[in-house]
Design a protein around this ligand. Structure first.
Ligand SMILES: NC(=O)c1ccc[n+]([C@@H]2O[C@H](COP(=O)([O-])OP(=O)(O)OC[C@H]3O[C@@H](n4cnc5c(N)ncnc54)[C@H](OP(=O)(O)O)[C@@H]3O)[C@@H](O)[C@H]2O)c1
Length: 331
């Protein structure tokens, strides 16, 4: 089968498409029984760019096939998994997704609702499950509250805007360009501010003294201003560091206005916990049925142009989710 392969850690340019043996369930990195999926679309995300340089927390032996998530149809499923042959699914593979066939643990494989096509399905698990976990379970976001989302036109950002709306919150998006402002508005942002402008002062004004939650996949120098834009008892939820540097917090800021900094590591929370996955999957399925969740797919590339897909993210050009069409485009 054809698959994307990382054989050296020198960045997206060195990634190749090669012929490899078929994957098997026992090759899964996570425990649990495996589902073999005929991949229609594979999601591409920031962590995969980091993996091409050996800079992500997960450091597989070389060579490896990247690809954390796919959408496609079931070829083989363990008895008792509730999955049928030919069923449309979205699956979290951890690795190995950028290939014609991939295996995922049964507990990380979800029925793909009719409302979503395969490209949207390949955009679902990593970002939407993460932001549900980050906003609702870690940030305790409630209806009527206000959330500020950094990197709001990216994969995590657009997902956060939609899930926040589903939770009944008001949203303020922070983005770096006009093009990204349009995407944030498409994802349902109530207000959009510019990362290179006075966003902190504007957020304080728009929220009447501070937002309840900041969702931060960006990190870097703006983190202190994120804390300053929280209201009393506000929560800053740390999701990632696309700006490249990990911020440090002077903890006196936390007690001055009784604010919190909380981490949200979705993988660590759900790996090996089918019950937790199922609950988050059910919540997202409800949000899809209610019309709140519909992933925004910005760029699509065929499998053999995986380098371009990774570079789109690496060069900060991604709008919504980047997807590889592995089989012919369709539902
Ligand atoms: N904690 C978890 O469980 C979890 C799960 C999934 C992903 N993540 C992390 O979440 C982060 C976002 O992932 P993603 O797939 O949403 O990425 P993405 O689609 O590329 O979006 C990231 C956004 O970060 C902003 N950004 C600011 N400075 C940047 C820079 N120097 N280079 C690139 N982007 C920059 C960009 O927005 P502007 O240009 O508008 O500023 C961009 O839209 C990553 O760090 C990823 O590892 C964490």
């Amino acid at each position: 089968m054809r698959a994307v392969q990382v054989s050296e850690l020198s960045g997206p340019e060195a990634v190749q498409v090669v012929d490899l043996p078929e994957p098997r369930a026992e090759h899964m990195l996570t425990p649990g029984e495996g589902v073999l999926v005929q991949v229609a679309a594979a999601g591409v995300s920031f962590p995969e760019v980091l993996q091409t340089r050996g800079l992500y927390q997960l450091k597989p032996d070389l060579p490896f096939v990247p690809g954390a998530e796919v959408a496609g149809t079931v070829i083989e499923a363990p008895a008792g998994s509730g999955l049928q042959l030919g069923q449309r699914v979205a699956a979290f593979t951890v690795l190995g997704g950028m290939a014609e066939r991939a295996v995922a643990p049964a507990y990380l494989t979800f029925a793909l609702p009719d409302e979503l096509d395969f490209a949207e399905g390949a955009s679902l698990i990593l970002n939407y499950h993460t932001v549900y976990f980050a906003l609702k379970l870690r940030g305790r976001l409630k209806g009527g509250e206000r959330v500020l989302v950094h990197g709001a036109a990216g994969g995590v950002g657009t997902a956060a805007l939609q899930v926040a709306k589903a939770l009944g919150a008001q949203t303020i998006a922070v983005v770096s360009s006009d093009e990204k402002e349009l995407i944030a508005r498409q994802a349902g942002a109530d207000e959009v501010l510019r990362a290179d402008g006075p966003w902190r002062e504007q957020a304080l004004q728009l929220s009447g003294g501070g937002v309840d939650v900041v969702l931060d996949p960006v990190g870097g120098e703006r983190f202190t201003d994120s804390l300053r834009s929280l209201r009393e008892s506000g929560r800053a939820v740390v999701v990632g560091f696309t700006a490249g540097s990990i911020p440090e917090v002077k903890v006196n800021r936390l007690l001055l206005r009784n604010i919190e900094v909380v981490g949200a590591g979705w993988g660590a929370y759900v790996m090996g916990h089918p019950g937790r996955n199922r609950k988050i999957g059910e919540a997202i399925a409800t949000m899809i049925a209610q019309g709140f969740v519909k992933p925004i797919v910005g760029a699509r590339f065929p499998l053999d142009r995986a380098v371009e897909a990774l570079k789109t993210i690496d060069e900060r050009r991604a709008l919504g989710k980047v997807v590889l069409d592995v089989a012919q485009a369709g539902r």
